[in-house]
Design a protein around this ligand. Sequence first.
Ligand code: ZN
Length: 191
Amino acid sequence: MKKFFGLFFISILVLCVNLQIASAAATPTPTFRYNLTWDIRNIYYYTDSAAQSNYGTPISNASHNWCYTGYGNSLYPATRTTNQSNAAIDFHTYSKADGNNAKTELRIFGSTTPQIANDNDWDWGRIMINDYEIGNDSSYIQGVVAHEMGHVFGLDHNDTNPNSIMCSAWAGRAVNTVQKVDNDAFNLKHP
Ligand SMILES: [Zn+2]
């Protein structure tokens, strides 16, 4: 009888530990209060000549990754356009020792003033990749691009989870691709 209770107790403990891990892993990445107005089923990106020659492949890979995360979402088609006015996301470059791999501005039509994502909707996103800071590891660059695209789609930072594409680099992001927690957040924003 004693032995039976001992085993029962252990199995309950194991179950509790498993449940805790499962619920931590399932917490979606935080999202901004406001939204991207662009139709998520009509997303194209534009690259200026420097962005295309320096980062064309990682940008293409990150866009493909967001479209085909393996978890299912409504994003389509996330391919390149040479017509800037058809683009929901524009890529440019800059070079400055500012500690940032890249910067993203959330813009509204007819204004160059960046919007605050917890105060206002935005119509499109302008991503600037920093030649000075980003380095030349193409997987890492792809991760930075996917992270910045996540901001345009309405995702906030997830700095307590290194296994989220929305974890900041300085907070120890350990992944370069979109994870389930990120895709879950995307689906909350774009059901
Ligand atoms: Zn960020």
